[in-house]
Design a protein around this ligand. Structure first.
Ligand SMILES: *Cc1c(COP(=O)(O)O)cnc(C)c1O
Length: 434
């Protein structure tokens, strides 16, 4: 039963760690209750300290596309870890991984590794500003690009819950001076006309447009046909740097990320999550012409003590090697489609209003009575009370969905047909109860 040892550990954690967690959404504030304290994991399952096993649709927020503890990844990590964990000097494997990523993304000619997605977006934006000599950036409401000051404006992910809790205005966080966000222009996702208008007006000042090519931090929200293409055209026309934040979509939607999926090229790309194979990593890369401005070749500074550390880079390399088998993406898509179709059918049968956005192996079940969720404003109309009930009833049945309506669910290679059948079956009973 959840409430025994999990509860004790949570109480203890809260004494020493704010809210007991090292990243906000983990605290279950959006759904209430006590977070699971995880002891171990394998394949599609996580095990809490009370020895319950759960089918995991969170998968470390999308990082673990191969499932937990994939034997080949673990083997490679074990082999390198005994030879040293950090040298603060270059290693061959960094070039190997860089080469592999450059091959996967034709738009990435050069790449640099950092320690998190947050660092990747921060550095990409600094680089875009350095390259263009301009200050303003355009981002889209509901897109999350890590927690740099000037990106915490109408950002998704944990901030969606957080803001309503504290009624924080303008920036979504205290501690961010207004001056720091005055160069951030926020526009509605999927609204190309809004972009055109703003770009015309501020063209002399805009360094870059940063976008999640598929938004996954307000729940999954798909780009409308021509939205991304339109951004590409506007950026070409006005010489604005187009940054795709592919921290989630990279190696998730397709091996070559959203850029392969939608047949488009960004100028700079941010990566993270999957490319670390479960270890802390991030990366940003793009055109040589832009990347050559990076220190020490150029005058845009960026650095990191543990950047490109051999453990994460090896785990990422092993992961990408497996993902090169393109059949993986087809299978993932099929499995996810079966799961989502089953859930949709059961909602219909039981008269629960949901709308599911799915692409490839990522999806969100929105509890909403609308026929479309295409931007942040719409996503916020979701019935979060109903999601809360759904989340806890599923959890009782040992199925772990992300603990917030505004996060993506993910499938991995390790999810079995049996997992999916069980989830669909349970969803019927759960929908009936809520
Ligand atoms: C997770 C995420 C980030 C931030 O990455 P961290 O490693 O958590 O700093 C940035 N952008 C997107 C799209 C993400 O999903």
């Amino acid at each position: 039963m959840v409430g025994g040892l999990n509860k004790l550990l949570f109480q203890e954690a809260k004494k020493y760690i704010p809210a007991g967690v090292n990243s906000p959404v983990r605290a279950f504030k959006a759904v209430g209750g006590i977070p699971l304290f995880i002891k171990k994991a394998k394949g599609s399952k996580i095990y809490d300290v009370e020895n319950n096993s759960y089918i995991d649709y969170c998968m470390s927020w999308g990082a673990l596309i191969l499932g937990h503890v994939h034997p080949l990844v673990i083997k490679q990590v074990k082999n390198v870890i005994i030879k040293g964990t950090s040298f603060g000097a270059p290693t061959k494997i960094e070039t190997d991984l860089a080469k592999q990523i450059c091959k996967a993304f034709p738009s990435i000619e050069k790449i640099r590794f950092v320690n998190s997605g947050t660092e990747a977006t921060m550095s990409a934006i600094r680089l875009a500003r350095g390259y263009t000599g301009k200050n303003k950036i355009i981002k889209f409401a509901g897109c999350y690009h890590g927690h740099a000051d000037y990106l915490l404006v109408q950002a998704g992910s944990g901030l969606t819950t957080f803001r309503s809790m504290f009624n924080v205005q303008r920036s979504m966080s205290l501690g961010v001076p207004k001056d720091f966000i005055k160069h951030t222009i926020v526009l509605p996702y999927n609204d190309l006309n809004a972009v055109k208008k703003v770009v015309k007006k501020y063209q002399k000042y805009i360094a870059c447009i940063i976008v999640e090519p598929v938004a996954a931090n307000m729940g999954v929200v798909l780009p409308k046909e021509d939205f991304l293409k339109g951004l590409r055209e506007i950026c070409n026309q006005y010489k604005i740097v187009l940054i795709f934040d592919e921290v989630i979509t990279g190696f998730r939607l397709a091996y070559g990320g959203a850029q392969e999926f939608f047949k488009l090229n960004a100028d700079l790309t941010c990566l993270g999550k999957i490319i670390g194979g479960g270890f802390p990593i991030g990366a940003f890369g793009g055109k040589k012409e832009i990347m050559r401005l990076l220190a020490p070749d150029g005058a845009v500074y960026q650095a990191g003590t543990l950047s490109g550390n051999p453990v994460g880079v090896n785990a990422g390399f092993a992961t990408l090697k497996i993902l090169q088998n393109r059949n993986i993406y087809k299978r993932l898509e099929e499995k996810t489609n079966v799961l989502c179709s089953g859930i949709i059918e059961n909602a219909k049968k039981t008269g629960v209003n949901i709308f599911v956005n799915r692409i490839g192996s990522m999806f969100t079940v929105f509890f909403i009575d609308k026929k479309e969720v295409h931007n942040y404003q719409r996503a916020l109309k979701s019935n979060t009370q109903q999601y809360k009930k759904f989340f806890h009833k599923m959890l009782e049945e040992k199925i772990y969905f992300p603990p917030s309506q505004f996060e993506a669910s993910f499938l991995s290679v390790a999810h079995t047909e049996k997992d999916i059948e069980k989830t669909i079956k349970v969803s019927y009973d759960v929908f009936r109860k809520i």
